[in-house]
Design a protein around this ligand. Sequence first.
Ligand SMILES: CSC[C@H]1O[C@H](OP(=O)(O)O)[C@H](O)[C@@H]1O
Ligand SMILES: Nc1ncnc2[nH]cnc12
Length: 287
Amino acid sequence: MSEQVIGIIGGSGLYELDGLTDVKSVAVTTPFGEPSDEFITGVLDGVRMVFLPRHGKGHRLLPSEVNYRANIYGMKKLGVNRLISVSAVGSMKEEIVPGHIVIPDQFIDRTNASRANTFFGNGIVAHVQFADPVCAELSDILFAAAQAAGATAHKGGTYICMEGPAFSTRAESIMYRSFGVSVIGMTNIPEAKLARESEICYGVIALATDYDCWHESHEDVSIDAIIDTIKKNVAMAKTIIKNAVGLISGERACPCSSAMQYAVITEKSIIPDEVKKNLDIIIGKYL
Ligand SMILES: CSC[C@H]1O[C@H](OP(=O)(O)O)[C@H](O)[C@@H]1O
Ligand SMILES: Nc1ncnc2[nH]cnc12
């Protein structure tokens, strides 16, 4: 049985985890450049954990500046097989009130800058299935963990990932609502794609912090209001993580762990050695 290692990527307002023992700060080198920060490893209730603040300590990286490839590579190198993203999001539905938790099950990609969101290229081509972009098993656990923490939690929903850093215009916000999305953020889509390519289960705890700018009787989104909502809810987010760790057990039975089995189309004999070496940690077993 392979060891379970749970990774947490902390978004806006979640820059550390509580309750870890045997804590170490680990600098990870990757063929894809620098991760957002050093990884924090430790043990929570007997389970090995790896934590990374997405925007770096002190929140110094824009959503477009985060090196998502290095972050996911680092998680894989440290043995992570289930990865939980904690993210601040705008609510796009009346019933998702700021302070509520959403466990999204779909994404729409509205990023437009050149965020590197694949490990492939440079002589190797792969196309992984992404119809269901999050791990259903992990998402079920996150929902149960949120309910057990006393949160008002919404199961499922679409997270639309915009480029930022400016928030949406009112016309964009109204258009996104017409798509039927539940929440809006700027970070999750590259992570979800890279986690899938790495055969890591990916699930999201999204904390609704605001009503973006579509709601006629609420203030337009501002950093002040977001930080205020995060501060009021950060303890709850940490409880959800702790609950989730307690609920995760055993081998993975989901398709995530073999997602890349048939995804590489390039003839193995022509894949450059350097590329094979760089991808060894990610999908070496198939090359
Ligand atoms: C601080 S508000 C905008 C910022 O917050 C979200 O980031 P994260 O997913 O890391 O919590 C959003 O995507 C923006 O990057
Ligand atoms: N309204 C919003 N738009 C994009 N990202 C967000 N993160 C938190 N609130 C947001």
